[in-house]
Design a protein around this ligand. Structure first.
Ligand code: 26Q
Length: 832
C-alpha cells in the first residue's frame, strides 16, 4: 500500500523525527543510529540498524500518541479498560509500518542506507507475553480498538520472561528461557513516575472512625511497587494511538535498605528480590501446579495497579469517584483479573469511604466478564488458606459479597440449599476454595462466551444457575482476529490481489470480501489465486528447510495444525490418520494418491506429560515417514518448532487445509481457525467452538465436517464409553495403534508411547477413537476435492470471501454496542 501524508503535518514541518517521505525517514534512521544507539554506520550491527529503525518508526507514532492521551484526558468520555494477564502482541515493527502506511518509503530509505527491511524485520524478538488464544485475542482487540477509534487502555503484566522458547531435541520439546528484553525493547516507554503500591499479607483491624463509621484497616506485611511500562498501540491509518500499560514490580525502597546492620541488610535485599519476582515470569496454562501463590500475587498486583491508575485519572480529571462507572468500563479477560471485583470494592469502601451499596452498584456497572473455557479443571479456584495469607482484606470483602448474595438467593429460592451451595462464591464441598468465575459473574453486569456454541453451553452447564437467575446478564460475542496483521501484513500477495479485485477498503470492512464470490469460478482469477497460495507455500517450504532440514514439495497439499498441544485439541487424532495413510500408501491402497505435507506447530505446557508425548509421537512419525524412500513425493511430516506470532505470519498464508479437530464442546472458540479461513484454507473440523459459525458462513459444501456433536459426546459418555471396542472393530485403527505400541515410531522401544496408547484404549477422555473412522473418511473427501483444482480453488476463494464475520472489528463493535456502551472519538493532530 502506498504511504499517506500525516494529517496535520505539513511538508515544512517534516523533520528527521516526524517526516514520512524517504529522505526524512533516511535521516531519522541515521539520527537514531548515531544519537540513540551511539553507533556510527561503519561499525553498526544489523541489530543496531533494527533499533534505529524501530525508534524512527516510534518517533512517528509519538505525536498521535500524545494527541490521543490529551484528548482522553480532556474530554467527557468513557474509556474501555481491557484487563488481561496476557497480551501476545507479536512483533511490532511491521505492524506499525503497515498502520502508518510507510512501508514502501521505509524500504526505499533503508535501501539508500545499504540495509534490507526484511532482514531487519526478521531480527525483531517478539514479546511472548501470553500462552496462546486468550493472549493473542487481547492483542487483536487492541488493534481493533485503536482502528475503530475507541478510547481504551490495555492493562496487564510486563513479564520479564514470557512464554518459553521451544526447541526440539531428539524429537522432544525442550524449554528455553525467553529472554526477550536482553537486547532492549524499543517500543516500550517506562514511566517511573506512574507507580502504585500494592499490599500483601499481614492482618486487618476494624473499628469506628472519628465520625463513628465502621472502618477496616488492612496492615499488610509487605508492599510491592508497580511501575507503568507503556507500549503505543496505533490504529490502522487513523490518529488514534492507544496505550498498552503493563506493570513491572519493584521493591519498595524502605528504610531497612538505608540504615541497616548486616543481618537486616540481607533480609532487606531478600525482600527486594521477592518483590521483583512478581512480574518475572508468565505462567504456562495446563500446568497441574498452576494454583501457585505467586500466580495469585501476580493477578492481584496488576489488577490493583490498574484500578488505582483509573482512580488517579479520575482524580486528575476532577471527577468524583462515584462517577467511576461512567468514566470506565472494564472487561475481565477470563477470571485471571477477577480479583478486580474485590479490589474495586476495597478501594471504594476502605480508601474512598463510599457506602457499601453504592460501591457495589459502581463495581457491577463497571465490570464485565468474558469466559474462555468450559473445562472444569481450567476454572480457577484458590484455596482459602493461601488466599487469606496473601490477601486477607480482599478475602473479607469476598465473604461480605457472598453473605449478601446468599441472603438474596435464600429469598429467591427458599429451601433450595443445594442450589445455594452450588452458587456460593466459596466451594465448601472439599477443601474450601474461592470460585473466581462465580465472583466475576456476581460482580459484573455482563458475562459473555466467545462463540455461539460456547455461550449456549455456558448457559446450560457451568453457569446454569446464574443464567436462570439473571438471563439478561448473559451474552455471546464470537471472537475475531485482526485482518491487518493476519492478512495485510503477513500475506502481502493476497492483500494486493484483494486490493485489485475488491478495492482497498476490505482491510477495515472485511465483509467487503463478499465481492470475491463473483470471481469464484473465474478461471483467470482462480489462476491468480493459486499463484498466491503457491508462492506462500514456497516461502513456508523454505523456512521449513532452513529450520528442520526437511525438504517439502510446495505442490503437495499443506495440511496444517498449529495451536497449543493438548489432548482436547487432539493432535493425536491427526497423527493416527497420518499413520493410517502411511500404511495405505505403502500398500498402494490410497484412493486418491494425493501428495500431502502434514505440518504441526505448538507448545506443550512444561509439566503436561501427555502433551509432550504427543509431540514425541509426531516427531517419531516424521522420522520414519520422511526417511522412507517409498514416501518420496507422497508424504512428509513436519513439526515446526517454536510456534509463535512471528512464525504464524508465514504459516497461515501457506495452508491448504486447516485442522480444527477438537472434541465437540471442548474448544471455547478457537481463533487460528479464523486466521486460516481468511487466508483461503479449507477447514476440516468438528462442530466445536467457532467452527460452527465458520461452516455457517462458508456454506456446508465448503467445509469438511466430521465427528460427534456435543449431544452425541454427552450420550456416548453417559452410556459408558468403551474406547477399545473401536479398535476391536476397525482393523486399520488396530494396526495403527499396534505400530505405535510396538515401538515402530520410537526406534523399536515399545515403552515410549505406552502411556499414550494405554490412555487411548482404556480411558480416551476426548473420544479420539470414537471419531477416528469418521475423520479418516472425511480426509478421503478432502483428497477427492484436492484432485479437482477448480473445485478446490472455488472453495478456497469462497472461504476467504465469507470470512468477514471473523474480523476483530466486528467483535469489538459488538462489545462497544452491547456491553460497554461506548462510541468512537476522533483524534486530531492540531492540538499539539
Ligand atoms: C490459569 C491459572 C494459573 C496459570 C495459568 C492459567 C491460564 C493461563 C492461560 C489458564 C488459561 C489460559 C489461556 C486460555 C486460552 O487461551 N483459552 C483460549 O481462549 C481463546 C480466546 O477466546 C479461545 O479461542 C480458545 O478456544 C480458548 O482455549
Amino acid at each position: 500500500m502506498a504511504s499517506i501524508p500525516t494529517p496535520g503535518v505539513t511538508r515544512s514541518d517534516e523533520s528527521a523525527r516526524s517526516g514520512l517521505d524517504v529522505d526524512a525517514l533516511r535521516r531519522g534512521v541515521l539520527d537514531n543510529l548515531v544519537c540513540l544507539q551511539a553507533r556510527p554506520p561503519g561499525i553498526a550491527t544489523t541489530h543496531d540498524w533494527y533499533m534505529a529503525l524501530a525508534y524512527t518508526v516510534r518517533d512517528r507514532m509519538l505525536a498521535r500518541w500524545a494527541a490521543t492521551i490529551l484528548t482522553y484526558a480532556a474530554s467527557e468520555l468513557r474509556v474501555a479498560c481491557y484487563l488481561s494477564a496476557e497480551f501476545l502482541i507479536g512483533p511490532q515493527l511491521g505492524n506499525n509500518l503497515v498502520n502508518l502506511g510507510i512501508e514502501a518509503n521505509v524500504r526505499a530509505a533503508l535501501r539508500e542506507l545499504g540495509q534490507d527491511l526484511d532482514e531487519l524485520l526478521a531480527l525483531e524478538e517478539e514479546p511472548g507475553l501470553g500462552n496462546g488464544g486468550l493472549g493473542r485475542l487481547a492483542a487483536c482487540y487492541l488493534d481493533s480498538l485503536a482502528t475503530l477509534e475507541i478510547p481504551s487502555v490495555g492493562y496487564g503484566i510486563r513479564y520479564e520472561f514470557g512464554i518459553f522458547d521451544q526447541e526440539i531435541r531428539d524429537g522432544c520439546q525442550v524449554e528455553v528461557t525467553d529472554k526477550w528484553l536482553q537486547q532492549g525493547n524499543p517500543w516500550e516507554i517506562v514511566r517511573p513516575n506512574v507507580n502504585y503500591y500494592v499490599g500483601f499479607g499481614g492482618h486487618t483491624e476494624s473499628g469506628n472512625d472519628a465520625q463513628g463509621r465502621y472502618k477496616v484497616r488492612w496492615i499488610p506485611s509487605r508492599m510491592v511497587k508497580g511501575v507503568a511500562c507503556d507500549t503505543p498501540m496505533l490504529g490502522f491509518r487513523v490518529n488514534t494511538c492507544n496505550t498498552l500499560r503493563l506493570w513491572k514490580s519493584e521493591a519498595v525502597e524502605s528504610f531497612d535498605l538505608q540504615d541497616f546492620n548486616a543481618g537486616d541488610y540481607y533480609q532487606a535485599v531478600q525482600e527486594k528480590v521477592i518483590s521483583e519476582t512478581l512480574s518475572k515470569v508468565l505462567y504456562p496454562n495446563d500446568e497441574p501446579e498452576a494454583g501457585k501463590r505467586l500466580r495469585l500475587a501476580q493477578q492481584y498486583f496488576f489488577v490493583s495497579c490498574s484500578l488505582q491508575d483509573m482512580m488517579r485519572l479520575l482524580d486528575l480529571k476532577g471527577e468524583p469517584v462515584t462517577r467511576f462507572a461512567d468514566m470506565f468500563t472494564t472487561q475481565l479477560n477470563d477470571t485471571h483479573p477477577s480479583i478486580a471485583v474485590a479490589e474495586l470494592m476495597r478501594l471504594l469502601v476502605d480508601e474512598r469511604m463510599i457506602p457499601w451499596d453504592e460501591a457495589w452498584d459502581i463495581t457491577c456497572r463497571t465490570l464485565s466478564y468474558t469466559n474462555h473455557t468450559l473445562l472444569p479443571e481450567a476454572l480457577e479456584t484458590w484455596g482459602l488458606p493461601l488466599f487469606r495469607g496473601l490477601l486477607p482484606r480482599p478475602l473479607e470483602i469476598i465473604y461480605e459479597i457472598n453473605r449478601r448474595f446468599l441472603d438474596t438467593l435464600r429469598q429467591t429460592y427458599p429451601g433450595d440449599e443445594a442450589r445455594i451451595a452450588r452458587m456460593s462464591l466459596i466451594d465448601e464441598s472439599g477443601e474450601k476454595k474461592v470460585r473466581m468465575a462465580h465472583l466475576s459473574t456476581v460482580g459484573s453486569h455482563a458475562v459473555n462466551g466467545v462463540a455461539a456454541l460456547h455461550s449456549t453451553l455456558l448457559r446450560q452447564t457451568v453457569m446454569r444457575d446464574f443464567a436462570e437467575l439473571w438471563p439478561e446478564r448473559f451474552h455471546n460475542v464470537t471472537n475475531g482476529v485482526t485482518p491487518r496483521r493476519f492478512m495485510l501484513l503477513s500475506n502481502p500477495e493476497l492483500a494486493s490481489l484483494l486490493d485489485r479485485t475488491v478495492g482497498e477498503g476490505w482491510v477495515t470492512d472485511l465483509t467487503r470480501l463478499r465481492k470475491l464470490e463473483a470471481y469464484a469460478d473465474d478461471a483467470a482469477f482462480q489462476a491468480q489465486w493459486r499463484n498466491v497460495k503457491r508462492s506462500n507455500k514456497k516461502i513456508l517450504a523454505e523456512r521449513i528447510r532452513h529450520v528442520t532440514d526437511i525438504v517439502v514439495n510446495p505442490d503437495a497439499l499443506f495440511d496444517i495444525q498449529v495451536k497449543r498441544i493438548h489432548e482436547y485439541k487432539r493432535q493425536h487424532l491427526n497423527a493416527l490418520y497420518i499413520i493410517t495413510l502411511y500404511q495405505r500408501l505403502r500398500r498402494n491402497l490410497d484412493p486418491g494418491n494425493v501428495p500431502r505435507c502434514f505440518i504441526f506447530g505448538g507448545k506443550a505446557a512444561p509439566g503436561y506429560a501427555m502433551a509432550k508425548l504427543m509431540i514425541r509421537l509426531i516427531t517419531g512419525i516424521a522420522e520414519v515417514v520422511n526417511n522412507d524412500p517409498a514416501m518420496d513425493g507422497k508424504l512428509k511430516v513436519v513439526f515446526y518448532p517454536d510456534f509463535n506470532v512471528k512464525n504464524a505470519h508465514f504459516i497461515y498464508p501457506a495452508a491448504d487445509l486447516s485442522e480444527q479437530i477438537s472434541t465437540a464442546g471442548k474448544e471455547a472458540s478457537g481463533t487460528g481457525n479464523m486466521k486460516f479461513m481468511m487466508n483461503g484454507a479449507l477447514t476440516i473440523g468438528t462442530l466445536d467452538g467457532a467452527n460452527v459459525e465458520i461452516r455457517e458462513e462458508a456454506g456446508d459444501e465448503n467445509f469438511f465436517l466430521f465427528g460427534l456433536t456435543t449431544g452425541q459426546v454427552d450420550s456416548v459418555k453417559r452410556e459408558g464409553y468403551r474406547p477399545a471396542r473401536h479398535a476391536e472393530s476397525n482393523a486399520e485403527l488396530r494396526e495403527t495403534l499396534d505400530l505405535i505400541a510396538g515401538g515402530y515410531f520410537s526406534r523399536g522401544d515399545p515403552q515410549v508411547f505406552r502411556p499414550l496408547v494405554n490412555n487411548l484404549l482404556q480411558v480416551d477422555p476426548f473420544l479420539v477413537l470414537a471419531d477416528y473412522a469418521d475423520y479418516v473418511a472425511c480426509q478421503e473427501r478432502v483428497s477427492a476435492a484436492w484432485l479437482d483444482p477448480v473445485r478446490w480453488t472455488r472453495m478456497s476463494i469462497l472461504n476467504t470471501a465469507r470470512s468477514g464475520k471473523f474480523s476483530s472489528d466486528r467483535a469489538i463493535g459488538e462489545y462497544c454496542e452491547r456491553i460497554w456502551k461506548i462510541s468512537p472519538v476522533r483524534i486530531t493532530l492540531d492540538q499539539i
